[in-house]
Design a protein around this ligand. Structure first.
Ligand code: ASP
Length: 329
């Protein structure tokens, strides 16, 4: 090792030590469970769109074991991807109008790294493929056939994502072939999840089969950085659910984080981002969008266009489902 390398290496290891010490000062062990916990009342925390207690409980367990937020988000989202009863994520997701299930997902860590897949077919754990894109490639976003080839090369197994139930639902839909997302009802149910670990670091993920009976090839907001998800570890994080076209047009999740940067609370920021959508089409009432957000202090908030949206949260030792305020009554 030459001198320059040696100096930078030793500088880095003392920096690592310093960071490690300051992190540990905020982390102690619970005397009963012997689990590591943060001394801040607001975190660790996990928050996710819709009523997804199993996913949030999984992420909670990962985070309480001391793992980084990115692991909690990935493993929490995997729960919904693998659950055939969730008809808008992963296995058992409703197909497009031609009967194909295609998945969109992304993940973002506390260092600002991002990975995503769009129009991925036949692979259940889209968010885990997105993480591999982030960690194993020089790119941030892979699409379609290339994303599937990459997933297989990484050891993911191909499988049919259409279940008997979703195939029958699609056949039923074909009788009228009317494309009409129903507010809150299960043309969408994307899981967007944000987590803050015991060190106070943020990560987020978003995974979906998109709007049911969409056009073949359609991609929504969920895998697109700044629209369906954004994480800035200095400020906070936000994620979206609902009609992705509206979120994309307003770069929703990035907007929410930037509004928090300007001093708004998470709820105020989510409300203003919904307002940006509604001001352009004040009379339009036939679609739902919702945002959830967390700031660096571990304060959370959410806002939706219509009632019917809820989010699931683990914070201060409790797991709850909460209905936030909305634009229309
Ligand atoms: N935002 C998703 C999309 O447009 C749908 C959803 O939230 O369920 O693909």
């Amino acid at each position: 090792m030459n001198r320059r390398k040696f100096i930078s290496k030793s500088a880095l290891s003392s920096l690592g030590l310093a960071i490690g010490t300051s992190v540990l000062a905020n982390v102690t062990r619970d005397s009963k469970s012997n689990k590591r916990q943060s001394n801040n009342v607001n975190y660790p925390l996990v928050i996710a769109t819709w009523n997804v207690p199993n996913a949030v409980a999984k992420a909670r367990d990962v985070i309480l074991a001391g793992a980084p937020a990115i692991d909690a988000v990935e493993q929490g989202c995997n729960v919904e991807e693998e659950d055939p009863s969730n008809s808008s994520v992963g296995y058992g997701g409703l197909p497009d109008r031609d009967g194909h299930v295609s998945l969109d997902a992304c993940i973002m860590d506390d260092k600002g790294n991002y990975g995503a897949v769009v129009f991925l077919e036949e692979i259940v754990n889209a968010i885990s493929v997105a993480r591999k894109v982030m960690e194993k490639t020089p790119h941030v976003l892979l699409a379609g056939e290339g994303a599937k080839q990459f997933a297989e090369a990484q050891g993911f197994k191909r499988q049919n994502l259409l279940t008997e139930e979703t195939k029958n639902a699609w056949k039923d839909w074909l009788k009228k072939s009317e494309y009409k997302p129903i507010i809150n009802i299960e043309n969408h149910d994307t899981i967007g999840m944000l987590a803050m670990d015991i060190r106070g670091n943020l990560s987020g993920g978003c995974t979906t089969s998109g709007l049911a009976y969409k056009m073949h090839g359609r991609v929504g907001d969920s895998p697109i950085i700044g629209s369906g998800l954004y994480v800035d570890n200095e400020i906070g994080a936000a994620t979206a659910t609902g009609v992705g076209e509206e979120v994309l047009k307003t770069v929703g999740a990035y907007l929410v984080v930037e509004l928090m940067r300007q001093g708004k609370t998470p709820e105020q920021a989510c409300k203003e981002a919904i307002g940006r959508i509604m001001k352009k089409q004040p009379e339009r009432r036939d679609f739902q969008v919702a945002y959830i957000a967390v700031n660096k202090k571990g304060e959370v908030g959410a806002f939706s266009i219509h009632p019917g949206f809820s989010y699931t949260i683990f914070q201060q030792g409790k797991l709850k489902n909460i209905k936030p305020a909305h634009w229309f009554d």
